[in-house]
Design a protein around this ligand. Structure first.
Ligand code: ADP
Ligand code: ZN
Length: 742
């Protein structure tokens, strides 16, 4: 009598499950999909039962230690989804499994949230910039600290200021002693979603919204609808009504939004519609809170899951609908194995579970748009061509930086008098403006004016960015930080010039130009603490901010009716990157940020500063001509062939020894070519070549790009995954359907 055997898959880089023995006490309760604790090489791990009564293993199987839950944690259809992800993306099965459950369920609870954090809050009475020159004259570090806290929304965790930003304890104490700030333990950082007042819904659907809902009813089970509606066309209400129909029929729904779009405003709208049926899954939750939300969804106590990428795996029973808002967003792509795209996983999950999928966007990805152009029976196109209440799209003016008059005092910030006047008018009328500059930090890089050397990161092949508050040079790839050197490291030249304006410098310039305006900056640096992003947006919504400036973060899904001006300070930052999606991304960014203007009855306008006003991405954005841009870009992708005409896999080799990395990439390219020949696969190898960023975190990077029809790519990925699993050093990482090649 061997007892019952169970196949257990562990959340590790493994391709198959292991066999364990079920002791009699557990044998009767065991079910596929259950969590099981098992011993592995002296450790105790949590895995998932993937099969029962397996063939007896050759060696004596170890015992399952326990089955901690009453029922399965992973449903049969989620298990199928896991297998699909592993196969499709060429990822180890165990890692695909790990992705579908929150960390706490794998026993990796990193502890509860720091509810009792000490928080340093600035006094409400803030000195003006002029006063600061006086107050902080002999205390520049205090001013830096002061302004760092200010940028984070006026309050920050003491631990964050110390460990992440490197301010000393003594400095923190002196800021308090001087009366500029106060330390508290009060729960300033409560979950801003916890008790948001629900937003009442607009009473009546517009005719366009109604027809979209009617057409949605005809989408076959397992099918996809593209809700293609201009910014401000009321897509959210369509989602809400579609979700309501599912919930009323006793089912559940998942709504995916980009992390940055998970704002109090969005959450309030869902609370307004569904009250406490909603579970919000966001990055600010502690592991424990995330596990709580997971259980509430699994047990059916919450029927609507709203969250970012990983919410696509929410364990809802009776899934009837998945909504993917802003389907074109690159953040839906996971950055580690399995490198899944949540939109594509959502489509597969909808098919497996008999749900419908709605993709919503004002600027469809080319992949999705191409499906509307062909006759793809699995996609239904629903359009919302106009803004709600027939509000006009804001006029977009391209301002040619090569010829326009600029305000000289603000140089090197390219501040045209057109933009200057427009801001002044907005301030005079008591309205709000947004300024986009898609580059964070103070300056892009530091260059010696004698020998021209640009200060590089010691670990990466990328220039260091100049930062203020806290000041220093920082690498945006590996976070390496160093003080600004007093002289050039090459020639000793004393004069070092800052090149390329970033958001911090823009903020300083705008503050000098409009000292009376209340500014807020939103970029990765000001949103690094818990809830800072929501706090900044909350202040804008309450009218406490006149000018919100920031990176692409400010472009996403915000609905502030008092914003009547959007200024794009430099539209060209992403235009000439060595990536075939550069034009598409620039167009999307301009259309999205332009969509923030004029959402209220007062209307609005958009000013776009550029040196490339003839570029199609800019021209079409200026005319709100999304279809025109997409058709043109689609034609550009035909030859040389890029997605959506072909599928891509990017195979990236990395390691510390540059020669070994390039040699491994060359061998792999050769192996790939032979494989195509042997199996007559219509695929093409590009490379090997160094990656555009050739070194990151001390590791050299080379890549091999393979393109061709999706089906053949699928076969290739499975073969390449076996090669990847044998590679230790240099490492091989496969990225199918990459969203970036940088
Ligand atoms: P989108 O997501 O398409 O950019 P939103 O869903 O944010 O647009 O809607 C834009 C604005 O129009 C919101 O303030 C919303 O409350 C409002 N709105 C949406 N539908 C209606 C409607 N049927 N009647 C009145 N106002 C509406
Ligand atoms: Zn670096």
């Amino acid at each position: 009598m061997t007892g019952r055997l169970a196949r257990i898959l562990l959340p590790l880089p493994l391709d198959s499950s292991y066999t364990y023995r079920l002791p009699d006490a557990l044998a009767d309760r065991a079910e596929v999909g259950m969590r099981a604790t098992v011993p592995l090489r002296g450790r105790t791990l949590i895995g998932i039962v993937t099969g029962l009564d397996a063939e007896p293993p050759r060696r004596e199987a170890k015992d399952v230690t326990s089955l901690p839950d009453a029922g399965p944690s992973v449903s049969p259809s989620l298990l199928e989804l896991v297998e699909w992800m592993a196969r499709y993306y060429g990822a180890p099965l165990g890692l695909a499994l790990r992705a579908v459950l929150p960390g706490a369920l794998w026993g990796s609870d990193s502890g509860a949230a720091h509810r009792d954090e000490r928080i340093l809050t600035l006094e409400a009475d803030r000195p003006t910039l002029l006063e600061r020159e006086q107050l902080f004259r002999r205390r520049p570090r205090q001013r830096e600290l002061y302004e760092a806290i200010e940028a984070l929304g006026g309050a920050a965790e003491v631990s964050h200021l110390r460990t992440r930003l490197g301010f000393s304890d003594a400095l923190l104490r002196s800021l308090e002693a001087n009366g500029y700030a106060r330390v508290s333990r009060s729960p300033v950082f409560r979950d801003p979603f916890a008790d948001l007042p629900p937003t009442p819904l607009p009473g009546k659907l517009s005719p366009a919204q109604r027809s979209a809902l009617v057409a949605l009813a005809d989408v076959p089970v397992g099918g996809t609808a593209l809700l293609y509606g201009v910014t401000g066309s009321g897509k959210t209400l369509v989602y809400l009504e579609a979700v309501r129909q599912v919930v009323d029929a006793g089912g559940s729904a998942i709504v995916l939004v980009p992390e940055i779009g998970l704002t109090p405003q969005t959450v309030s709208r869902f609370r307004g519609a569904f009250g406490d049926q909603v579970a919000v899954l966001h990055s600010g939750l502690s592991d424990g809170e995330r596990a709580d939300a997971w259980h509430l969804l699994q047990s059916g106590q919450r029927r609507v899951a709203v969250g970012a990428r990983s919410a696509v795996f929410a364990p809802v029973p009776g899934l009837g609908l998945i909504v993917v808002d802003e389907e074109h967003e690159a953040t839906y792509k996971n950055g580690e194995a399995p490198r899944y795209h949540a939109r594509d996983v959502a489509a597969m999950r909808a098919r497996l579970e008999g749900a419908r999928l709605i993709l919503g966007t004002a600027t469809p990805s080319l992949e999705t748009f191409a499906r509307t152009e062909g006759n793809d029976a699995t996609l239904t196109l629903l359009r919302l061509p106009d803004r709600i209440e027939s509000r006009p799209m804001p006029p977009v003016e391209l301002v040619d930086l090569r010829t326009a008059a600029v305000v000289k005092e603000l140089l090197p910030v390219q501040w045209t008098t057109l933009l200057d006047d427009a801001i002044r008018q907005v301030l005079e009328r008591g309205e709000q403006a947004m300024l986009l500059l898609n580059r964070r930090g103070f300056a892009n890089f530091l260059q010696c004016s004698q020998c021209g050397t640009v200060r590089q990161c010691p670990n990466c092949s990328i220039a260091l960015t100049v930062h203020h508050a806290p000041s220093g040079l920082r690498c945006h790839y590996c976070d390496h930080a160093e003080p600004v050197p007093p002289a050039c490291g090459e020639c000793g030249g004393a004069v070092q010039q800052m090149r390329g304006v970033g958001t911090q410098q823009l903020e300083q310039a705008v503050a000098m130009r409009f000292p009376e305006a209340r500014l807020a900056r939103m970029d990765l640096d000001t949103t690094s603490t818990k809830w800072s992003h929501q706090r900044i947006l909350g202040a804008v919504e309450r009218g406490e901010v006149d000018i919100l400036l920031g990176t692409q973060m400010i472009a996403k899904g915000l609905d502030f009716p008092n914003v009547t001006l959007v200024g794009v300070v430099d539209a060209d930052t992403g235009l000439f990157l060595p990536d075939f999606r550069a034009a598409e991304r620039t167009f999307q960014l301009l259309a999205q940020v332009g969509g923030r203007a004029g959402r209220g009855p007062r209307g609005g306008r958009v000013l776009v500063q550029t040196r490339a006003p003839k570029h199609p991405a800019l021209r079409h954005a200026a005319h709100h001509d999304t279809d025109g841009f997409l058709r043109l870009e689609l034609a550009n992708r035909a030859a040389p062939a890029y997605p959506p005409y072909v599928a891509l896999v990017n195979a990236v080799f990395s390691g510390q020894d540059e020669l070994a990395v390039s040699a491994a990439a060359a061998r792999f390219a050769e192996w790939s070519g032979k494989l195509f020949e042997k199996h007559a696969l219509p695929l093409e190898v590009l490379g090997p070549a160094p990656c555009p960023v050739a070194r990151v975190r001390e590791r050299w990077r080379w890549h091999v790009l393979v393109r061709g029809p999706g089906r053949s790519i699928g076969r290739y990925v499975r073969a390449a995954a076996r090669v990847a699993s044998r590679h230790r050093e240099p490492r091989l990482m496969l990225d199918r359907d990459p969203v970036t090649l940088l």
